[in-house]
Ligand binder design. Sequence first.
Ligand code: HEC
Ligand code: HEC
Length: 364
Amino acid sequence: MDSLYVNKAVAAVLTAGIAFFVTGLLGDELIRVEVPKKPAIVIASAEPAKAEGGAKKEGPDPIEPLLASADPEAGKAYTKTICVACHNFQEGGANGVGPDLYGVLGRKIASKPGFDYSSALKAKQGVWTYDELNEWLYKPAAFAPGTRMSFAGLPNDKTRANVIAYLRSLSHNPEPLPKPTDVPKQAAAAAPAGGEPAKPSFDAMLVSADPAAGKAYTKTICVACHTFDKGGKAGVGPNLWGVVGAPHGHMAGFDYSSALKSKQGPWTYDELNQWLTSPAKYAPGTRMSFAGIPSEKTRANVVAYLRTLSDNPEPLPKVEGATPAKAEAPVAAGGGAAAKGGDTPPPMTDKGGPASGTPEPASK
Ligand code: HEC
Ligand code: HEC
């Protein structure tokens, strides 16, 4: 109790520099006030990367432009965190909850012998092309309503491209990659080879983030190791009540790695963002065996949820000129970062590391 209080006090002082107190808004009303107009389910399709702004189309962008630079190894690493719960990937591998996926690219849809497909998937004609895998993995339930694959989808374009590139490699004679000339210009522009399109800052995303969606996400992944309730016990990882603004290694009695213990100061939003992007990069040697959350939007939701785990939640970052409603506009991109010294989180990268997850399995 005492140390929690002290932590909060320390955090309050430190946070005062980067944000205004809006104490009037804090408390139970908070969620109601800040939950954006969209329902939690939008999380699967609400990647903010479309810098063009304006109209958001249904479904994923074309995958072809991304495939050329996709990283099958990162895709493989990702499948190991999520898909292996239900799928094998070896030649001749057994069907599990889902069918074996060796050679799935170019294979007739719903055709693995011995697997009992839903009629939703069986009703689909033709073979799995890049485009079809793209739509399927973006949101299985939208591609084949009624499917039995209980997996919410992979909203991150880059991760999806990596996974498809990996699926492509599962063959003696992989399909050719799509020709760059097939690539629609517009799509290529939206996905520059060298980097991510302009994005709103993390602060801006946090302001419009959805704590309820963040909570739902933590229930699919983080609860394997963490409790979130006040006074909750440690599991594989520490209890996370009050972690926002608390010092690194905040749970008394938990045996933290020296990697994490050596970090100074309180957990700021920005640091939580970096940590959840890639724990191993943020604190090399950490014991948190979790590859990270590649989707910045999901990270913002999770951090927004962590923030609510307090009797007196930290103020949200002040984003210049941004109201929750327009915080997603690319215009806000510069302002938020400036408010805390310009350190933007590392860009999402699926290269060079266990790319892992935007694991959003819809259910268990
Ligand atoms: C919770 C279990 C589960 C998870 C997690 C899961 N799948 Fe599936 N998958 C299934 C099931 C079940 C089916 C069959 C769906 C149907 O019949 O409607 C399926 C079907 C598929 C198919 C179509 C195969 C065919 O033979 O037509 C592909 C491709 C696929 N999954 C890829 C993936 C990838 C890639 C991932 C990880 C990003 C993944 N799945 C995660 C259960 C799962
Ligand atoms: C496989 C188990 C595991 C999973 C999954 C996991 N964590 Fe952790 N977490 C840990 C461990 C272990 C530590 C302590 C790390 C250390 O000491 O280096 C930790 C530490 C943390 C900390 C720092 C706590 C502190 O007191 O400084 C935060 C914040 C955190 N985890 C958040 C999350 C969130 C959010 C998720 C889900 C997206 C998650 N973790 C998933 C095991 C896990």
